[in-house]
Design a protein. Sequence first.
Length: 136
Amino acid sequence: MVEYNSEQYKKEVLFRGKKLEELKKLDTREFSKHLKARERRSVLRNFDVIESFVKSCEKKKAKNKPIRTHKRDLVIVPAFVGMSIGVYNGKEFLTVKIIEGMLGHRFGEFSPTRRAVKHGAAGVGATKSSAKLSVK
């Protein structure tokens, strides 16, 4: 029987041809050069907001506090990879574990605001046959 080493067959994750370690060394503005146009513009405009959020995340992580945010429009940068962030969906904070595949996306994409509709039985008077039933 042949045993396989799982480390040997692990696929290397690349983002636009760069490894995660290389991306983590980059400044947020330099990382934005690897994004598509809309996300790049968002990162460059909200550079100070992203940097302050990264610093607050590191402080909370050091104190073992949960990281929670209402900022659904922030673009995910390499500094967030490996963190668990609670993103508000309008009712509750959904915990999102940030992985390499989420780079360049926004927090709100991973915290849906709408649920699937679950229809129950029709009420009294909702159909022609139930209209003649007494309410009592």
